[in-house]
Write a protein that binds this ligand. Structure first.
Ligand code: C5P
Length: 244
């Protein structure tokens, strides 16, 4: 088991079609949720207002747009995200060392006046299995995420990134490759009593925190709960309980 000093944070994924629905949810959840994730769906629908409306309400924002482009373009996009006030942004580690270094440099430069967001890398999408990964990488052997994920995490760390997004099942491998200070953002979380939906490699909040997650990303178990604020509070209580 992994022993950590600091608390883990809950991030609720605002997977809604429009800003109104998202803000209604934020209103309902009140103080029970501090961190929200804005993904491509909400961003394509509402744009930068999604970020500014959350910041107006005192929330922390993870802008989950998974940039993957040439270094110059990614650096410019990260700079805009910093201007918007995002507290966490991400890029694909497979974009390579130069791309990741450009992302970190842009965040550092733009943040001289304010606070700098965490710059996080996506390793292998959790929807990819060994078959999908081998095909995408043109490898005839079965190349497994358990080999590629720690490799990309190490590359991300060497490039100056603050951490990675990964499945809970990869936490220990990444900790071994990247050490205790690397930030691990973990989706695919399901409380013991909730539906698995389309997530395959799931873990409970307590298990993921004990393994060493820094942030848990949770969508449907909170969004679809009868009383979302209560579901969020229950997950946070389960996370905090790991430190008693
Ligand atoms: O509803 P659920 O808890 O499955 O939502 C998880 C959120 O995390 C979704 O917004 C999903 O897009 C995102 N995510 C994921 N797996 C990844 C990266 C992001 O489930 N590898």
């Amino acid at each position: 088991m992994h022993h950590r000093q600091h608390k883990s944070e809950l991030i609720v994924a605002l997977d809604f079609e429009n800003l109104k629905e998202a803000l209604d949810f934020v209103e309902t959840a009140g103080d029970s949720v501090t961190w929200y994730k804005i993904g491509s769906q909400l961003f394509c629908s509402a744009g930068p207002s999604a970020v500014s409306e959350l910041k107006k309400r005192g929330k922390k924002v993870f802008l989950d747009l998974k940039f993957h482009d040439i270094p110059n373009t990614v650096a410019s996009a990260v700079a805009e995200a910093v201007k918007m006030g995002a507290d966490m942004v991400n890029v694909h580690a497979s974009g390579g060392r130069e791309m990741m270094k450009a992302a970190v440099k842009a965040a550092n430069e733009k943040a001289k006046t304010g606070s700098r967001p965490l710059v996080i890398a996506v390793t292998v999408l959790t929807s990819m299995d060994a078959q999908g990964l081998s095909e995408a990488m043109n490898r005839s052997d079965s190349y497994s995420p358990s080999t590629h994920v720690p490799h990309l995490a190490k590359l991300a760390k060497d490039s100056g990134m603050d951490g990675v997004v990964a499945s809970a099942h990869e936490i220990e491998l990444i900790r071994k490759a990247c050490g205790d200070d690397f930030v691990l953002v973990i989706p695919g979380i399901r409380p013991a009593d909730s539906s698995t939906d389309d997530q395959k490699r799931i873990m409970t909040p307590a298990e993921a925190v004990r393994k060493g997650a820094n942030f848990l990303v949770v969508g449907r178990p909170v969004l679809k709960a009868e009383i979302p604020a209560e579901a969020a509070r229950a997950i946070k209580a389960e996370m905090d309980g790991c430190f008693n």
